[in-house]
Design a protein around this ligand. Structure first.
Ligand SMILES: [Zn+2]
Length: 387
């Protein structure tokens, strides 16, 4: 059975597409109990994401109430750009993710070439999943420091040609609609928080509280959510865990120009480099994940060490901030051994009263976290924009 967060997204998607217009339709489409559908629908009505009106055609018994999205028509286009891939998707005006697709890119090709590719991919996904629907706004998440809400990259490492690039203006010029640009870890943390809040409301009535989110992929991004808001800091550049200095790091040179950063030992690209150096056929994070899933003992040991190094870095943050939850996202979070090593090190290094009530888990929003977060950001932006 699907978890409540995905039930919520599926219900919104069914209502947005018109494939379901009542609770009965949702029960049939989702194959869950009527009481489960009722609680999901009640929550969506409370949020104002959907409306209930009139009565539909009865199939015997009481006539069903018609359910529909609050704002009919139009979609948001959302994109997450990684070092080697881009993920594009569409969100409904309520922020629900309707479709997502991924394709390979090389971020080193620079902004113009990459944005041409993304524009084509977004046109394709709109033609396939929302033909004729108006484009309401676009959102983009980037793997570097973003000056939010101005949408400009600030000195990103591993992104030659991107520093100072005004991503927001480029998107507005291309699509002629409002654009929102955020750092990928912050967008993913927002998506994770929204997903967990929905889940908590259905199952335990308890939300995620103050949350440290780590996006562990080729690089390592971070974000603190406190009081349901992203903590951005003075210049909006908070959450940089990747250049925290860790002990036993071998003093390797980092992409930031310094030495001994977390990124040099605990990231997907560090693991790939290490394994390639040992003669294994590994070129990127995906190969590292595949080799770990194959239970190659050398790889599993290195991945466990990487998780422990991340745990060491996070333990200082947990002791200082006393969050309710630590969530590990990004592609490495699919590896149980990595998440377990982070968890073990946090229990070892943090004060017991802090870990007693601390939830440490892998992301439940998964690879779509950043796209879901962008949908939420765009909906919030639309809510404050005068119509
Ligand atoms: Zn560094």
């Amino acid at each position: 059975m699907s978890d409540p967060a995905s039930l919520r997204e599926q219900a919104l998607s069914l209502l947005a597409s018109g494939r379901a217009t009542s609770r009965a339709d949702l029960v049939e489409a989702l194959q869950v109990a009527p009481s489960t559908v009722s609680s999901v629908v009640r929550r969506l009505l409370e949020e104002g994401a959907i409306l209930e009106e009139g009565t539909g055609v009865s199939t015997g018994g009481r006539r069903p109430k018609i359910l529909r999205l609050r704002e009919a028509g139009g979609v948001y286009a959302v994109t997450e750009l990684g070092a080697r891939h881009a993920r594009v998707g569409l969100c409904s005006p309520s922020g629900a993710l309707l479709a997502a697709e991924e394709f390979a890119v090389d971020i080193g090709a620079g902004p113009t070439a990459i944005f041409d590719e993304i524009t084509r991919a977004l046109d394709d996904v709109r033609d396939a999943h929302a033909p004729g629907q108006r484009l309401l706004a676009v959102g983009m998440a980037l793997p570097g420091p973003v000056d939010f809400p101005h949408g400009r990259l600030v000195g990103p490492a591993r992104m030659p040609g991107w520093s100072g690039y005004d991503v927001q203006s480029d998107l507005i010029d291309r699509f002629k609609v409002t654009a929102v640009v955020d750092n990928d870890a912050k967008a993913a943390a927002t998506g994770e928080h929204v997903t967990r809040r929905a889940t908590g409301d259905v199952i335990t009535r308890r939300g995620p509280g103050d949350m440290i989110y780590v996006k562990a992929g080729s690089g390592i991004g971070g974000c603190l959510i406190t009081g349901s808001q992203v903590h951005r800091g003075g210049r909006g550049l908070s959450g940089d865990v990747t250049h925290l200095r860790v002990a036993d790091s071998g003093e390797r040179e980092c992409s930031c120009g310094s030495r001994g950063c977390l990124e040099t030992v605990a990231s997907g690209s560090a693991l790939a480099r290490e394994l390639a150096g040992r003669g294994l056929p590994v070129t990127g994070t995906r190969d590292v994940i595949a080799a770990t899933v194959d239970a190659d003992p050398v790889v599993v040991t290195l991945v466990r060490q990487a998780g422990r190094q991340l745990g060491v870095a996070l333990s200082g943050l947990v002791n200082f901030l006393n969050p309710d939850s630590v969530v590990i996202g990004g592609s490495l979070s699919s590896l149980d051994v990595y998440v377990a090593a982070v968890k073990g090190m946090l229990y070892e290094r943090c004060l017991p009263p802090l870990t007693q009530s601390l939830s440490i888990e892998a992301s439940i929003a998964g690879p779509d976290a950043a796209l879901i977060g962008l949908g939420h950001l765009l909906r919030e932006t639309a809510d404050v924009r005068p119509s």
